[in-house]
Design a protein around this ligand. Structure first.
Ligand code: T46
Length: 135
């Protein structure tokens, strides 16, 4: 869907284990200014419920699995992140919700900007209006 893209990273595996390298502007389509990770999410919790005006992010479930709903006023899809090789790129003006975290899930996020509260749209009806102008 628009502003959402699925990535598969190179996984270098040998008898010593696996290594997945990620470089800005090469493996992800932006410069990485911030990294955070979500873990130990209690059973049944759903997070997110917002969009961003300008942020570009890459979501990678480096352990366990999680579902990600991405949505605009016109389309939506659900992505299962269940491998450290899989990345979900989410660009500007996409509503997202993360749910069904496995108990061991660690969701790593690479972000194009520093944390900015004004960049969030947390009210869905405000989001719908802004997204209809944007798309
Ligand atoms: C997103 C999804 C995938 C900070 O202080 N700095 C940060 O960089 C971030 C991301 C969060 N926080 C604080 C703000 C809140 O007090 O951490 C707390 C939890 O944040 P939030 O409720 O926004 O978490 P999620 O899981 O709903 O959303 C997060 C990101 O905020 C968001 O950008 O796209 O993960």
């Amino acid at each position: 869907m628009i502003n959402v893209k699925h990535f598969v990273f190179s996984d270098y595996a040998d008898k010593y284990g696996h290594l997945v390298p990620i470089e800005q502007n090469k493996d992800v389509p932006f410069e990485i200014k911030r990294v955070y990770y979500i873990h130990n999410v209690p059973y049944g919790v759903r997070r997110g419920f917002h969009s961003h005006y300008n942020l570009h992010q890459m979501l990678i479930c480096v352990n366990g699995n999680v579902k990600i709903l991405t949505k605009t006023p016109y389309e939506e899809e659900v992505t299962v992140l269940d491998s450290p090789e899989k990345g979900l790129y989410i660009g500007p003006m996409i509503w997202r919700e993360m749910y069904e975290f496995s108990s061991n899930a660690v969701l790593l996020v690479l972000a194009s900007e520093l944390y900015s509260v004004p960049d969030y749209i947390r009210d869905y009806s405000l989001y719908e209006g802004e997204a209809k102008k944007y798309f």
